[in-house]
Design a protein around this ligand. Structure first.
Ligand SMILES: Cc1cc2nc3c(=O)[nH]c(=O)nc-3n(C[C@H](O)[C@H](O)[C@H](O)COP(=O)(O)OP(=O)(O)OC[C@H]3O[C@@H](n4cnc5c(N)ncnc54)[C@H](O)[C@@H]3O)c2cc1C
Length: 412
């Protein structure tokens, strides 16, 4: 008895993973006229639990707007701008900056909205652009050669492509099957994020607050980030903490009323716990020059500084450009050069982001007594020397980086 041959479909480019980065990459490819298939493990209606990216950098809005101006407009209109940034130290304000309303008709400098909404707008833009998304299609096998890549999804269906862009997130199957390692560190600490709905006349003003050594959390740092009709609390836990003491409903009932009004316990939307990881792939392209890695498939940064999704958008844009150039190249050498240039540029950006995130993390965790002393001294001096307050506000995000690294820095 002969086994029926499996159906093999052939495409110029495949994207794997319909998180924000994969969706943005597919959209960029379509804007350059390339037909694109996007393979996603989840079903179309599956919700991803957990709170994630809020801050979309102005540079990201510009990039996404190049692919679809309506997308940038939707994100800007749905998202909010904060009216103030404040830094507190043990209950006392050490920095405050108010922001006027932006002038009508001017592009917004950033926008703040929940990742689930960002992904919704990206999905709508992909639908408008004709991206063919195959939901419920987890990639389980991969075979790369010098001139093509074949992947197999769980149903047994195979897809063959000239270029494959892996946007399948932190546990990337594509990266693993391509044999590409990751280097970096997983830090001791973790953070607990809680998304809270907040609407109506009693809603808090949309101000972002970073509170060092919050008295209501036994001295752990707490950040409050507004989004439309709500806010996110981000509690920085210590290496010696146990997650269940902070993220369970009972634990929330203990600490949340000490940092916001107790009524918010009824409005919790999501709670999630994340470990701090700072890792970058050894290469953003496989040895055959056919598989490109973007977003968290290629790098993971601690979230402060808003580097994850935002730099993923820049990866995706450059990967799309590289693949379009490679597909149109007159020689294999030219095609290879386009892909390798993407890999070198974006890996260098990831390493710079990783370093900046590392600097921010050292500041946040302040495990050495000298660092804690420096922060406490700056807080004590801030009423007389405003630059001390400014330093406390900015150091949380790490050093600022050129806009070409996208989003990177200190303006969270
Ligand atoms: C608390 C928190 C706050 C954050 N804040 C910010 C912020 O303000 N700004 C910012 O820029 N970043 C922020 N980030 C980071 C941001 O959330 C991530 O960088 C972003 O989700 C990464 O997007 P991605 O598309 O690369 O990966 P993911 O979002 O992980 O998407 C990967 C997709 O691939 C799919 N997939 C996985 N395996 C397969 C497979 N084998 N086959 C097919 N599909 C597969 C998954 O189902 C998923 O849909 C934050 C993160 C956290 C945790």
């Amino acid at each position: 008895m002969t086994t029926p041959a499996r159906k093999k479909e052939q495409y110029p480019v495949l994207v794997v993973g319909a998180g924000p980065v994969g969706l943005a990459t597919a959209l960029a490819l379509r804007s350059f006229g390339a037909p694109v298939i996007l393979l996603e493990a989840r079903e179309a209606d599956a919700t991803r639990p957990g709170s994630r990216a809020l801050y979309v950098h102005g540079e990201s809005l510009r990039l996404l707007g190049l692919a679809d101006p309506r997308l940038a407009a939707d994100l800007s209109e749905h998202g909010i701008l904060w009216t103030a940034r404040r830094t507190l130290f043990r209950g006392r304000e050490v920095y405050a900056k108010q922001y006027p309303r932006p002038r009508a008709g001017r592009p917004v400098p950033y926008t703040s909205l929940r990742q689930v909404d960002t992904e919704g707008f990206l999905r709508a833009a992909c639908a408008r652009a004709g991206v063919d998304i195959r939901w419920g299609s987890p990639v389980i096998r991969l075979d790369a050669a010098d001139d093509e890549v074949t992947v197999e999804v769980e149903s047994g269906r195979s897809f063959t492509t000239r270029y494959l862009i892996g946007a399948d997130g932190p546990r990337s199957t594509i990266r693993r099957l391509a044999g590409i390692g990751m280097q970096g560190e997983r830090s001791e600490g973790f953070h607990v994020t809680v998304d809270i709905a907040d609407t109506g006349p009693d809603a808090l003003p949309p101000e972002r607050t970073f509170h060092y050594e919050h008295p209501g959390t036994d001295g752990r740092h707490l950040m409050h980030v507004p989004f439309p009709n709500g806010f996110q609390l981000d509690l920085q836990c210590r290496g010696s903490d146990r997650a269940e003491d902070f993220d369970s409903p009972e634990a929330l009932a203990r600490w949340l009323p000490k940092v916001v009004d107790g009524r918010y316990l009824e409005s919790v939307l999501w709670t999630a716990t994340y470990r701090f990881q700072r890792v970058v792939a050894d290469s953003f392209v496989d040895p055959h020059g056919r598989i490109l890695l973007v977003g968290e498939a290629a790098h993971l940064f601690p979230p402060l500084g808003a580097r994850g999704m935002n730099s993923g958008f820049a990866d995706g844009d450059e990967a799309a450009r590289a693949v379009v150039l490679a597909l149109a190249a007159r020689s294999a050498g030219q095609a290879d050069e386009a892909v390798r240039r993407f890999a070198t540029t974006r890996r260098a950006a990831a390493l710079r982001n990783s370093q900046a995130a590392g600097t921010a993390l050292v500041h946040l965790q302040a495990t050495r007594p000298i660092l804690r002393t420096r922060q406490r001294t700056a807080a004590a001096l801030a009423p007389w020397i405003p630059s001390c307050g400014t330093w406390l506000e900015r150091a949380v995000y790490g050093p600022r980086r050129p806009a070409t690294d996208t989003a990177l820095a200190g303006r969270y």
